[in-house]
Design a protein around this ligand. Structure first.
Ligand SMILES: Cc1ncc(COP(=O)(O)O)c(C=O)c1O
Length: 418
């Protein structure tokens, strides 16, 4: 947050025009979309890529000799190459297409986890994980007798790295850590954490669901063993995402789901499995979604992560200033390293009431526990209101959020007697 930008380093009006939904009215007011951590909006190029697939090349992939099938296969596999490049993976066979971050984590838990984790082994997660990076590991612990260890967080919403180091030991089999917290915005020092886990012989899975839209991710620089994300949080369609895994690990992992496409040959006596990445891709995938994900990657790469980070940093700085100036508003998550997420509570007003009043002003935010109930418990609150910003947001939209919050204060003038 060390920026003084007051204008986007790109043509913001043109960028916004690329996103058809942003021109919409909600309750008669211009839509102010500040729920990007839940899902991002899609540029026309992504919508067109999906439409083009259905209008001109819809066919099942990998199996057909006919032209449409070959074109669809080529475009789907090109999208895989784009994901590999996007994450700086060495090889597209390290990219497994999945439904999203949740499915990717469940895949690793069921395949790698069942093979490599046993009784009294330890899996280290953190107090700021999304439920999708908690529950699969709890399930694995129940099945194997392994133990879950949880790295605590401080009042700013940063990991206690001393506690993390003290937790690592010869029993640690896996560290599963979120790159950017959806509830707090904290950016975790995952590169350092990975090096420390590796020094103890543990593997590391990084949940990049909230990172890929804000930061340039380089899985080789991080030395991540597994990295997961969802397309829909990266301006791509829902129902598609990626699991990156180091090839040597993926090769040793058993398939998770069985079915078509993941096999080399099938007989009643013996089935042999397909090569990577298909070994982990049973059944017909989300072909249009994969192609849409490739188009979304093209879009953000054309914009550039330097420009995205600079503008989002400016938005975060402005948003922090504006929100902290409003009496009774308290930010939850004030980490030094932070992405453009503004979680807050208002004394005397339930977050759902805030969300409802804001909605009538056209301002879309999220309220609730954000699938991170342990984070809410840590801060002693049931829920927060969360404004999460993307590169297409503007200072004016943040000011609209502030104006709508002043309406909330008018409706709830008392702060519960405090
Ligand atoms: C940090 C984090 N991890 C994982 C997920 C799960 O993503 P999906 O529901 O797309 O699988 C989310 C979604 O909000 C998230 O924010």
């Amino acid at each position: 947050m060390s920026t003084t930008l007051t204008r986007a380093p790109f043509d913001l009006a043109r960028i916004r025009a690329d996103f058809p939904i942003l021109g919409q009215l909600v309750h008669g007011k211009p839509l102010v979309y500040l729920d990007n951590a839940a899902t991002t909006q899609k540029p026309a190029s992504v919508i067109e890529a999906e439409t083009r697939y259905y209008e001109t090349e819809n066919a099942n992939i990998h199996r057909g000799v006919h032209l449409l099938s070959q074109i669809a296969t080529r475009d789907y596999e090109n999208a895989r190459k784009k994901v590999a490049r996007f994450l700086n993976s060495a090889d597209a066979t390290e990219i497994i297409f999945v439904r999203g971050a949740t499915e990717a984590i469940n895949l690793v838990s069921n395949s790698w986890g069942r093979k490599n984790v046993g009784k009294d082994d330890e899996i280290v997660i953190t107090h700021m994980e999304h439920h999708s990076n908690i529950v699969p590991w709890q399930m694995l612990c129940e099945q194997t007798g392994a133990k879950l260890r949880v790295v605590p967080i401080n009042d700013a919403g940063e990991l206690d790295l001393e506690a993390y180091r003290a937790m690592l030991g010869e029993r640690t089999k896996l560290v599963a850590v979120v790159h950017v917290s959806n509830a707090l915005g904290t950016i975790n020092p995952v590169k350092q954490m990975i090096a420390e886990a590796h020094a103890h012989g543990a593997c590391v899975l990084v949940d990049g669901a909230q990172a890929v839209s804000h930061l340039r991710v380089d899985v080789r620089d991080l030395d991540a063993d597994f990295y997961v994300f969802s397309g829909h949080k990266l301006f791509a369609p829902t129902g598609v995402g990626a699991l990156y895994g180091k090839k040597a690990l993926l090769q040793k992992m058993p398939p998770w789901q069985g079915g078509g496409d993941m096999i080399a040959s099938v007989s009643f006596e013996k089935t042999t499995y397909n090569a990577l990445p298909y070994k982990f891709e049973a059944g017909t995938p989300n072909i249009a979604g994969g192609i849409g994900l490739g188009a979304a990657i093209d879009y953000v790469e054309a914009l550039g992560f330097e420009a995205i980070a600079a503008w989002e940093g400016a938005l975060l700085e402005h948003g922090t200033k504006v929100l902290t100036a409003i009496p009774r508003v308290r930010l939850v998550g004030t980490a030094h390293e932070k992405a453009s997420v503004l979680s807050f509570v208002v004394d005397g007003v339930h977050p759902h009431d805030i969300g409802t009043i804001l909605d009538f002003e056209g301002v879309a935010i999220r309220t609730g526990h954000h699938c991170a109930q342990p984070v809410m418990d840590r801060f002693g609150i049931p829920a927060t209101a969360r404004a999460s910003l993307a590169f297409y947001n503007t200072f004016e939209e943040i000011d609209a959020l502030a104006a709508a919050l002043h309406k909330v204060m008018e409706v709830f003038p008392h702060d519960g007697g405090q």
